[in-house]
Design a protein around this ligand. Structure first.
Ligand code: SAH
Length: 464
């Protein structure tokens, strides 16, 4: 089978700015090579068994050389793999996408280009700057601030005389030089300049000045790469057109859920939310034929009962196999759910029972361990554990004690040491009590519904 390489534009950072086809390609990929500017939450779209290669960082923190990346792309594709080369913004706006495509083409590798939203346009909008405007700029120019050592020089005479908006990428190390060149080639000293760092992301920062003072402002506000340098009159609109939301700049962790309701509520208020992984109940193949031998059935939890029904149906049987047997529920709540599902229980644990007559239906391990145990499902994390830096988050939300446990079990030792800088938002008293024992900086209890929780989060950060 022939492999394929997709040069995929990841967009400027915010994970929802990925294209629909981009999301699908990530899901289909066998291997993803990504670099430093990529938000790790995009990797949540990949399949569980996909190989994820960080080419922005090697084990000793060296960047993987471009020639090595090219070689890896070709080799993976020749092995028949579906390869995604995930690149910041648009793959063909700087960042060497064109060179990668040439190598693939020369080597006869099947490849495609999937565009992304470029930071060079969308990054300005995120800071309230329209790149063109009838009153201020009728063109725009995207310019690299970084050159090949022996390569072409910029035509400053031409650049400085453009009426349109100038956008410099990879220019932070050259900022004062860029301003100097523009001034010495005739650009007005008062020309507005904006520097926008980490545009569209929770850590977005901007400063606004002019050609003479922007360098000092950047130092004063500690703004560094990656950033866009925007020169031109459209910059004047930045304050007027910046859209402010109550949770701007707040970075939260929420439990993974296919329905995403909490994610949506929080991000609509301006927060950036990323998912932590939840345990998922995955059915296991179980031989249940022995069940006939037992006169009592203990059902540990609702999930194992659901799985049991599935198993019966798949084998051309139904609940009549339980006829005449004593049914015991693992607890009150299980009994209630079983009733809703059409099964009345005879007893609720704890009860005194002879172990020879009993079979227990359950998950990962038996809850009671009396009699024979039939394992019907196992627990697996629903997402791979993403390479998040916990220090980059302001808070984490726990709707249940199970979600708290799942979160804690997905952390490595290094991540655990950062819990003390994280606020925990719990949706109920018992979860709150459990979280208080885990070393968070603060545990804030919320009413157990999503709307009230989001309100509480808003209040909490408005206070800060
Ligand atoms: N292909 C990318 C650009 C790659 S070059 C694109 O289309 O956006 C890398 C440069 O892009 C960085 O040095 C920085 O100048 C800019 N950049 C990328 N993402 C950015 C972001 N979220 N905020 C600010 N600058 C960004």
């Amino acid at each position: 089978m022939k492999g394929r390489v997709t040069l995929l534009g990841a967009g400027p950072g915010n994970s929802e700015l990925l294209t629909l086809i981009g999301k699908r390609r990530l899901k289909e990929a066998d291997v993803v090579l990504y670099d430093r500017l990529i938000d790790p939450s995009l990797l949540a779209f990949t399949a569980k068994n996909a190989e994820l290669v960080d080419v922005g960082k090697m084990p000793l923190h060296h960047k993987v050389k471009q020639s090595k990346i090219n070689e890896m792309l070709v080799n993976y594709a020749n092995d028949g793999k579906k390869v995604v080369r995930l690149k910041a913004g648009d793959p063909y706006v700087f960042g060497r996408g064109g060179e990668e495509a040439q190598v693939l083409n020369n080597q006869g590798v099947n490849f495609e280009i999937i565009p992304g939203i470029t930071s060079a346009i969308a990054g300005l909008a995120a800071a309230g700057i329209p790149i063109t405007h009838r009153d201020y700029a009728s063109s725009f120019h995207i310019i690299t601030g970084h050159h090949k050592k022996d390569g072409q020089q910029l035509d400053w005479e031409n650049i400085a005389h453009q009426e349109g908006t100038l956008v410099f990428l990879m220019g932070m190390a050259q900022l004062s030089n860029i301003c100097q060149e523009l001034i010495s080639h005739g650009k007005d000293l008062q020309t507005p300049v904006a520097v926008i760092q980490w545009a569209t992301q929770w850590r977005q920062k901007k400063v606004i000045g002019n050609l003479t003072n922007i360098n000092d402002l950047v130092v004063k506000h500690q703004i560094g790469a990656p950033a866009l340098i925007v020169v031109g009159n459209v910059v004047q609109l930045s304050d007027e057109l910046s859209v402010r939301k109550p949770l701007d700049g707040i970075h939260l962790l929420v439990p993974f859920s296919a329905r995403q309701r909490l994610f949506n509520l929080l991000t609509d208020l301006g927060a950036t939310a990323d998912f932590y992984s939840r345990q998922e109940k995955v059915p296991v193949a179980t031989d249940f034929s022995a069940i006939n031998k037992y006169s009592s059935i203990l059902i540990d939890d609702v999930a194992s009962f659901r799985q049991f029904i599935q198993l019966l149906i798949r084998n051309g049987k139904d609940l009549r196999v339980l006829a005449g047997k004593q049914i015991i529920a693992g607890n009150q709540s299980v009994a209630k759910h079983l009733k809703a599902m059409g099964l009345l229980v005879d007893k609720i644990m704890p009860v005194d029972i002879s172990q020879t007559n009993l079979v227990e239906l359950g998950g990962e391990k038996p809850q009671y361990n009396i009699g024979r145990f039939l394992k019907l499902y196992k627990e697996e994390h629903s997402l791979l554990t993403l390479p998040f830096e916990l220090a980059e988050f302001s808070g984490v939300v726990f709707p249940s004690t199970a979600s708290l446990n799942d979160f804690l079990t997905s952390l490595d030792e290094e991540q655990k040491s950062h819990l003390q800088s994280l606020k925990a938002f719990t949706m109920g008293k018992l979860i709150c009590q459990a979280a208080q024992r885990c070393g968070f900086s603060e545990v804030i209890n919320c009413q157990p519904n999503l709307q009230a929780t989001v309100e509480k989060i808003k209040e909490e950060f408005a206070r800060d």
